[in-house]
Design a protein around this ligand. Structure first.
Ligand code: ARG
Length: 271
């Protein structure tokens, strides 16, 4: 019996590893039914909006793990992307890539739009155009429950972790503190859990997800140090045709409560 259990555990481990590989390999995949290959893209065919995201940012975008099946891109932004496409009689295609690569991919035409919990900043506005904002966010500090950190300036002599290319990195840099930048939020959280770092600076809604998933950590806010941020969809500079479509859809989703509903739903959803 013991042996059987062990074998079963091993089989399960292999299956999970295989699924994890599938998830990693799933760099590109259609969100809505019906693939649009180049050959099939005729004038009678429904047009596709190529969205780019970085599915490492729950509750806005993550690779779902529903019923043990890994693979679907899910989250607030993913639902919005689908709706934006639908509102315009188009299909949404989701391209998953590193956060740092998103705006470059938009600029070189590889993507039509970026929906990635992306904060509007003056620097980014020089490179791309942003839609109407759809969500207000702020940075928070994730610390161990017994941490002495109660405000941003308490980080001065602490080990700080940020995520590469996120506004959290810019904010900490501007405060003049030293930090280490990680590729993924989960990597930074692991460092915190292992005691190798003292604080992780990241967007609040994502922080809340990590706190829900890990024992012994909490969020510390400092509204004087961390300003409000606005998330918006980005398109290539001058692509007003697509931007107008996106804006109409976003305005509708804000007015009819869709955005609020999605935010509430995914705040509690399992990812
Ligand atoms: N709001 C932050 C920023 O714009 C973090 C966004 C991270 N998004 C993601 N999909 N990984 O820099």
């Amino acid at each position: 019996m013991k042996k059987f259990t062990k074998t079963l555990a091993m089989v399960t481990a292999v299956v999970i590893a295989a699924m994890a590989l599938t998830a990693c390999g799933a760099q590109k995949k259609d969100e809505t039914a019906g693939k649009s290959t180049d050959a099939a893209q005729t004038s009678t065919e429904t047009k596709t909006i190529k969205f780019g995201t970085n599915a490492e940012f729950p509750p806005f975008e993550f690779v779902s793990n529903k019923g043990g099946v890994i693979g679907e891109f899910d989250g607030i932004d993913m639902a919005m992307a689908k709706q934006i496409a639908e509102d315009n009689g188009m299909k949404a295609e989701i391209n998953n890539m590193e956060f740092d690569s998103l705006l470059v991919a938009l600029q070189n035409g590889q993507l039509d739009a970026v929906i990635a919990g992306m904060t509007v900043t003056d620097e980014r506005k020089e490179a791309v155009d942003f839609s109407e904002p759809y969500y207000t966010a702020t940075q928070v500090m994730i610390v161990k429950n017994d941490s002495p950190i109660t405000k941003a300036s308490d980080m001065a002599d602490k080990k700080i972790a940020v995520i590469q290319g996120y506004t959290g990195e810019t904010v900490v840099k501007d405060m003049g503190y030293k930090y280490e930048a990680f590729k993924k939020g989960t990597d930074a959280i692991m460092e915190l859990m292992n005691g190798k770092t003292d604080v992780v600076v990241i967007d609040k809604a994502t922080a809340e997800k990590y706190i829900k998933d890990n024992d012994g950590i909490k969020a510390v806010e400092d509204s004087e140090a961390f300003e409000d941020e606005k998330y918006a969809v980005a398109v290539a500079k001058g692509n007003t045709e697509l931007l107008n479509k996106i804006n109409k859809s976003i305005e509708k989703m804000i007015a009819d409560g869709t955005v609020n509903e999605l935010a509430a739903k995914y705040a509690v959803a399992e990812d």
